[in-house]
Design a binder for this molecule. Sequence first.
Ligand code: 3EB
Length: 333
Amino acid sequence: MSLQFVSSLSAVPRETGGEFGGALLGEPANGAVPAWPAQRIFAPMLGSTTPFLYETWLTTLPVQAGRDEEIDWRRTDGVLYGVLEMDESDFLGAPDCSPLQAASAEAYRRIFRLLDAQGIPHLWRVWNYLADINLETGGLERYRQFNIGRQDAFLGSHRGATGNVPAACAIGLAGGSLNIAFMAGITPAVPVENPRQVSAYNYPTDYGPRSPTFSRAALVYPAEQEILFISGTASIVGHQTVHPGDVVGQCRESMANIAAVVDAANRRCRSPVFSLHALCYRVYVRHAGDFHKVRDTLQSLVGEAEVVYVQADICRHDLLLEIEAFASHALES
Ligand code: 3EB
């Protein structure tokens, strides 16, 4: 059975039909901007033979396109993909909060308004990128400012901020706007947590005044298909960073976390079980010089699985890498 949604990697933008949305990864140079909604992730690729990589979601279903709430989107009957960039300087006058917090809250409010207007209410997966993620301004780290704005928007839009929340990543880039892409559906996601980790939405206030709003993974259901989205996963056990300063140890611990999340997802999934060797991975490495160690460690754990490596910052200063993944299976109709 052919899948209705598949992801494809290419060195040039695909425009052969069926493009739904995706990402452009690479240095902020001359990468062609595709016609479809593309999240521009300006982060150096590591170990890549091309300076850019286009990750494109393709669909066999009819697609509608639009731009509302300053969000570029495409949708089928049941699934919507959107991208928005927010300029923090538009929020300099926000009362009692940082421009980033205000921009983050506004970004999520726009996403929720679009999803309500389109009748596709369930946020499945969100990709968040922001500049200087570990920088402290006004006494609070920027990632923590982002978390306040994001949680405010979930609560203000009458969506809970615990339990039924999307899979996500939140990654630091060298510059650029607050940049958010998302996939949403007409059916709810099945959230999956990790028994080795405190749920991020229950983190204690040591990690910021408001907890991050994401689940460790989500099982989602386009028609006749099951996709497992595994959120950004790091070397955290309970709620604490483990193996500070040890990138190989962090890589192994992150994969132990992903293995635990895959086990938890496999207890709920409707298709044949997911396997670590058959996931597609994206790895964010804080220090480019750690790339070879990370690649060798990961290869020993997942073999020939497809892995894309980029240099980027992680949301805690003591984390040296973060790994996200997904896989897609056909369902028996
Ligand atoms: C962690 O487990 C690592 O704020 O959306 C991973 C995935 C992390 C998503 C987010 C943060 C986020 O807390 C950081």
